[in-house]
Design a protein around this ligand. Structure first.
Ligand code: AMP
Length: 369
């Protein structure tokens, strides 16, 4: 099925389908409920989305009968994570529109095809080389030098599936540490900051981006998002324009996040210039867009629902300068103090066990107007 919007419009009272039961699915379902829509969540695992949806199916992504029944019960299918198996997406798309389209999944599930896609659009990425085996890694290291970063092509997140290739690293050991799976090697980008563009596109091509935000990671996990990012206005405009090019090329419908490195360089006249390098694309709502729930007129979750239902996009206007902090692991035990803080908006995901590294909730503060 084409990624375009070719099914009858969805009206309040309808049910949307969400693949995945994590906190992103939960916040999507909550935004849908506010607009009078019910959600049917499908996942092999129980999770935070289950508490807030009208219907939950626990079944595998290889259970074609369950996928078909799920799709038949909803007006449109969307997802909270990009690793939806291609076969599952095809089965669903035979019943109902899957938005964003399966082409977005196919391209972004694999770091190599994602980078090749970006190159086809003339969008800069880190230098990279495909690595099939230890011999291929040696050739890639000869090309890109050390240090460099080896990443599995598929299933990486929050720094998982990555290993540094340093001076003296044994290449066979590094490759084996990632399960000897197909990988890409990336040159290290010396960036001044990490930013992301969260934006939405409708089937009719209309587009709306929130202000570019700035992200700070700790132990490879997002810790803090600031909106707006402290970058030059033309850098921000360039990042948004790249995002729109990506979405137009994919015929994208829904919310996307494009993660970028901002590199500072001196030009020949000695002036400091910012250059953008795209790190990765998430074909879904994103942690760096959580600030929009309390910090903007329309949240990323509501916007995604609007886009996949064929409804007009909402305003992305900010209410002020915003900071969003993730509550990771034991951070969540501060919930009572945060509740007592004027101006702090607390979001808890209903996860029972505060394991280290686990995203338990977030808190948003408007820090300036
Ligand atoms: P990723 O899973 O690709 O988003 O990588 C996780 C984090 O690792 C990024 O947010 C960066 O902080 C860092 N990182 C990833 N790739 C590179 C690179 N090529 N150069 C420098 N830092 C990187």
């Amino acid at each position: 099925m084409s990624p375009g919007f070719s099914h009858p419009p969805i009206a309040p009272g309808a049910t949307i389908g969400i693949l995945g039961s994590g906190q992103l699915g939960r916040m999507l379902a909550m935004a849908a409920a506010r607009l009078g829509l019910a959600s049917h969540v499908y996942s092999p695992d129980r999770g935070p989305a289950q508490d807030v949806c009208a219907k939950f199916t626990q079944a595998g992504y290889d259970d074609e009968a369950a996928l078909g029944a799920f799709a038949d019960s909803v007006g449109v299918v969307t997802y909270e994570f990009e690793n939806v198996p291609a076969r599952a997406a095809a089965v669903l798309a035979a019943h109902r529109p899957v938005l964003p389209g399966p082409n977005a999944l196919e391209i972004t599930q694999d770091r190599l095809t994602e980078k090749q896609f970006l190159h086809s659009l003339g969008i800069p990425t880190a230098p990279f080389a495909a690595v099939e085996d230890a011999g291929g890694l040696a050739r890639a290291v000869a090309q890109l030098g050390r240090p460099s970063i080896l990443k599995t092509r598929r299933f990486g997140y929050d720094g998982k599936g990555q290993a540094m290739v340093r001076e003296g690293s044994d290449l066979a050991v590094v490759h084996r540490s990632l399960g000897a799976s197909p990988c890409i090697l990336e040159g290290v980008v010396t960036f001044a900051r990490e930013c992301s563009v969260v934006a939405a596109r409708s089937a009719d091509g209309s587009f709306a981006a929130w202000d570019v935000c700035e992200n700070v990671h700790e132990h490879h996990i997002l810790s803090l998002t600031r909106a707006p990012a402290r970058i030059a206005p033309d850098t921000a405009a360039g990042a948004v324009a790249m995002t729109r090019r990506i979405m137009d090329a994919l015929g994208y419908v829904g919310v996307i996040a494009v993660e970028l490195f901002v590199v500072e360089e001196r030009d020949s006249a000695g002036a400091l210039r910012e250059r953008l390098v795209v790190n990765e694309i998430a074909p879904r709502v994103h942690n760096s867009g959580h600030w929009t729930i309390d910090g903007a007129v329309t949240s990323q979750f509501e916007q995604h629902v609007r886009a996949i239902c064929g409804w007009p996009l909402g305003s992305t206007m900010r209410h002020g300068d915003v900071e969003m902090r993730n509550l990771i692991g034991a951070d969540v035990h501060r919930w009572r103090d945060i509740l007592g803080e004027t101006g702090a908006s607390l979001h808890l995901y209903g996860k029972h066990e505060a394991r280290p590294g686990r995203k338990m909730g977030h808190v948003t503060r408007i820090v300036g107007r």
